[in-house]
Design a protein around this ligand. Structure first.
Ligand code: LLP
Length: 446
C-alpha cells in the first residue's frame, strides 16, 4: 500500500446518484417523474452506473492484490443487475439454492460463487457441488460432515471454509449483528480449529478458506478489523500446521449513511484497513461479500401520494408503496430519506408518511419535516437499493413493484410489475375426494 493512498483524506461514501436538476429529482439527465409516469408506482429505480461504480471502487482499492468481490445476492437479486455485475467480473455471495439459480441464470461463473448460511439443505449442497462453486462457507460440524459425504458421493472435492464467529460485537441493529457467540452464526474459534484438523485431510474436502461476517450496516471499521485480526491469527496457526487455507473471506458489513448526520467509512479505507489487518502481504487471497455498500444508495423507491389526511395535530401522507415493498423502517426502525420529485418552496412541517397496509408499523417516516403535499405528488424513498425489493412480500395481496434500471441516461424495465394473477396462480383447490392429488387450479383461466 503506498503512503499517498494511506494519507489521502477519506471521501464520504459513494454519493447518491439522484439529485435535483432544475427543481426535478433526476438520475443524471433523466427526470424520475418521467420514469414514474412511464412505469407507474410503486417502482424501484436503480442507477446501474452507481452500482458498477461501487463495484469498481472495491476492485480498484485492492490494486494488484489477489482478490474477488462477491456481490451479496440477498441485498439485491435482480437478474439484470447481477448480469451487469457478472460481466464486470463480479463473483457472488449466495445463501440458498434459489440464489444459486439466479447467478447461473445470468451467466455468472459458478467458480466465483461462495455459499454461506447456517441451514444448507442436501439439495442445495448437491446443486452447488454440481455447479462447481468456488467455496462453501460452512457453519457447523454436521454441515461439514454432510458436505464431505455429498462431495464423496458425487466424486468431487469440495472447497470449504469455516465461518468463524470471532465474538466481536458489531455496533448495529440487534437484528443484523451476527458476530457474538450467542448468535446462531459461525463456529467459535477453538471448535473451528478442531474441525479443520479433523476434516482437513478428508479426501472429498479441501480446507481452502477461513471466513467471518460480524454483521451489517457497520459504520466504524474497528470491530471488523478486530475480527479480521482474530481470524487471521487463527488462520496462520492452522497454516503452520499444514492446512492449505488460501482464501480469507471477510464477509460484508460496510454500512452507508442513511441519515444526513451519518458518515460511513469509504470503500478505500475499508479495504486498506482489511489489508493491513490481514498482514499486508500476499499471504491470503481476499474475498469480500458486499451487499448494502454496492446497492443501497443506487436505488430509490418511487411512490405516489394517494391521500393527505389530518387527524388532531398529525398530518398523514398516505402513499401507494407500503412495508410489503420496503420493510426496513417497519422491521428495524430504519431511517430512509424521502424526497419529493418536484422541489417546492413550501415550508416544511411534520408528517407521517404511511402505506395502505393494515399495520401501524406500515410507516416510512414519523413526524418528518416534509413540504406541502397533495394527491398525485410523487416521492422518492432513497437508499432503497439494498434489502428493498429483495425483502418485499405480497402481504395484503399486494403485487410487488416494478423494477427499472437506469443506464447511460436510459430507463429500462428489469422486472415487470406483478399482476394479481401472478399471486393467484400457484394456489390449488381442495380436491372433492379426500384421496388423490389436487386437480384444478382455483384461479381458472389464470
Ligand atoms: N455475507 C454474509 C454472510 C451475510 O450474512 C451478509 C448479510 C452479507 C455478506 C452482506 O452484508 P452487507 O454488505 O449488505 O452488510 N436485511 C437487513 C440486512 C441483513 C444482512 C444479512 N447478511 C437490512 O435491511 O438492513
Amino acid at each position: 500500500m503506498s503512503a499517498s493512498r494511506r494519507t489521502r483524506k477519506a471521501p464520504v461514501a459513494p454519493p447518491r446518484p439522484f439529485a435535483y436538476r432544475t427543481g426535478s429529482l433526476s438520475c443524471g439527465r433523466l427526470r424520475l417523474a418521467g420514469v414514474a409516469r412511464r412505469f407507474g408506482t410503486p417502482c424501484y429505480v436503480y442507477s446501474l452506473d452507481a452500482i458498477l461504480g461501487a463495484f469498481r471502487e472495491y476492485d480498484a482499492a485492492f490494486g494488484a492484490r489477489e482478490h474477488l468481490i462477491c456481490a451479496s445476492v440477498k441485498a439485491n437479486g435482480n437478474l439484470a443487475l447481477l448480469r451487469a455485475l457478472a460481466e464486470d467480473g463480479s463473483g457472488f455471495d449466495i445463501v440458498s439454492g434459489g440464489e444459486l439459480r439466479r447467478v447461473l441464470a445470468t451467466g455468472g461463473r459458478a467458480d466465483r460463487v461462495v455459499f454461506s448460511g447456517v441451514g444448507k439443505t442436501v439439495e442445495e449442497i448437491d446443486a452447488a457441488l454440481e455447479a462447481g462453486i468456488l467455496l462453501f462457507n460452512v457453519e457447523s460440524e454436521p454441515e461439514l460432515s454432510l458436505l464431505a459425504a455429498r462431495a464423496q458421493r458425487a466424486g468431487k472435492r469440495a472447497r470449504f471454509g469455516l465461518r468463524v464467529n470471532p465474538d466481536v460485537s458489531a455496533p448495529t441493529h440487534p437484528h443484523i449483528a451476527t458476530g457474538l457467540h450467542r448468535h446462531k452464526f459461525g463456529i467459535e474459534p477453538r471448535q473451528a480449529a478442531t474441525l479443520y484438523r479433523r476434516y482437513g485431510k478428508h479426501r472429498a474436502l479441501e480446507a481452502a478458506a477461513i471466513s467471518f461476517h460480524i454483521g451489517s450496516q457497520i459504520l466504524t471499521l474497528e470491530p471488523i478489523l478486530e475480527a479480521t485480526r482474530k481470524v487471521v491469527a487463527l488462520a496462520r496457526q492452522l497454516r503452520r500446521e499444514g492446512l492449505p487455507l488460501r482464501y480469507l473471506d471477510a464477509g460484508g458489513g460496510l454500512g452507508i449513511a442513511y441519515r444526513p448526520e451519518q458518515r460511513s467509512p469509504s470503500i478505500q479505507d475499508y479495504v486498506e484497513g482489511l489489508e493491513q489487518a490481514a498482514g499486508g502481504g500476499q499471504e491470503f487471497t481476499m474475498l469480500l461479500e458486499p451487499g448494502r455498500s454496492l446497492f443501497a444508495a443506487a436505488g430509490a423507491l418511487l411512490t405516489r401520494v394517494l391521500y393527505v389526511k389530518h387527524s388532531g395535530k398529525k398530518r398523514f401522507v398516505i402513499v401507494d408503496a407500503a412495508s410489503n415493498d420496503l420493510i426496513r423502517p417497519a422491521l428495524y426502525g430504519a431511517y430512509h430519506e424521502i424526497a419529493p420529485l418536484r422541489r417546492g418552496s413550501s415550508r416544511l412541517a411534520p408528517a407521517d408518511v404511511v402505506g395502505p397496509i393494515c399495520e401501524t408499523a406500515d410507516r416510512f417516516a414519523e413526524d418528518r419535516p416534509m413540504p406541502k403535499l397533495q394527491t398525485g405528488d410523487i416521492l422518492a424513498i432513497l437508499d432503497a437499493g439494498a434489502y428493498g425489493f429483495s425483502l418485499a412480500s405480497n402481504y395484503n395481496s399486494r403485487p410487488r413493484a416494478a423494477e427499472v434500471a437506469i443506464r447511460g441516461g436510459r430507463a429500462i424495465l428489469v422486472r415487470r410489475r406483478e399482476q394479481i394473477e401472478d399471486l393467484l396462480a400457484p394456489e390449488l383447490e381442495i380436491p372433492a375426494q379426500a384421496a388423490g392429488p389436487p386437480k384444478a387450479k382455483l384461479a381458472r383461466g389464470v
